[in-house]
Design a binder for this molecule. Structure first.
Ligand SMILES: C[S@@+](CC[C@H](N)C(=O)[O-])C[C@H]1O[C@@H](n2cnc3c(N)ncnc32)[C@H](O)[C@@H]1O
Length: 235
């Protein structure tokens, strides 16, 4: 998506870091319940601009992986103590294991069964025996409804963004089409319009559970965090 590439500079205004505080706290509670305490080594795959991770930087020793260099650049500035690495969550192999592996909203970009299986295999490969994994899809199939939503914020320097996000089911192949329209206001007062789009994965809770078990995890539990179904398991 252009949002993670040439438009990445708008990410902090589109999805402000403050908005992730409650989710980060709730997910940290889940990890604590799974025995992952302060000081644990945590790998996040698809860490984006590091907005979720920002709220964990005093709690965990963070390694953040994303395939989009412009998003890593944002995250490096926001989370200077975290280790940042470029990689694809389906294929990256760091040659080390962590106490916990998290894939947040980026897991939505796994659009097929094969992609989802590959990302879960990466999580398994990087998780210590007895460690925890947490997967946080935005949607599960049973509760998905087509939607249109708007948002955006302004910067002190006069820049601002307003967006329309439109989600609807793909006619063929399953998954969800995400159409994004951005109104981008520059500091000079000019406004441009950009259309961006992506295909997102959509799996049922049963499909998630089966995929997680196939990847070699155990003790799998579905939990609700901020109205979303997330999956916690142990390696
Ligand atoms: C919605 S953003 C994540 C935002 C992040 N939760 C944050 O706190 O800023 C989704 C991210 O997933 C990344 N992504 C998508 N597909 C990926 C893949 N196959 N491997 C690694 N990262 C991927 C994108 O580059 C993007 O940065």
């Amino acid at each position: 998506m252009r949002l993670y590439d040439d438009l990445a500079g708008w990410w902090p205004l589109l999805s402000p870091v403050e908005d992730y505080a409650d989710e980060a706290a709730a997910l940290a509670d889940l990890l604590t319940g799974a025995g992952i305490g302060a000081g644990a080594r945590l790998l996040e795959l698809g860490s984006g601009g590091g907005h979720l991770a920002h709220h964990w930087q005093d709690r965990y020793r963070l390694t953040l992986v994303d395939r989009a260099e412009p998003m890593l650049t944002l995250s490096r500035a926001l989370n200077p103590r975290a280790r940042h690495l470029a990689g694809d969550m389906r294929t990256v192999r760091l040659g080390e294991r962590f106490d916990a592996v998290v894939i947040g909203d980026a897991i939505a970009h796994m659009g097929t069964d094969a992609d989802l299986a590959a990302a879960l295999a990466t999580a398994a490969e990087h998780c210590l025996e007895g460690g925890a994994v947490l997967f946080c899809p935005d949607q599960v199939a049973e509760t998905f409804v087509p939607s249109a939503s708007t948002g955006g914020t302004d910067a002190a320097d006069g820049r601002g963004i307003r967006y329309l996000e439109w989600l609807y089911p793909m006619v063929e192949g399953g998954g969800v089409r995400m159409e994004m329209a951005y109104l981008l206001r520059t500091g000079e007062g000019g406004v441009s319009v950009v259309h961006d789009r992506s295909v997102l994965g959509l799996f049922s809770t049963a499909e998630w559970q089966a995929a997680i078990l196939r990847a070699g995890f155990a003790d799998m539990r579905a939990r609700t965090v901020s109205g979303r179904t997330v999956f916690l398991a142990r390696r």
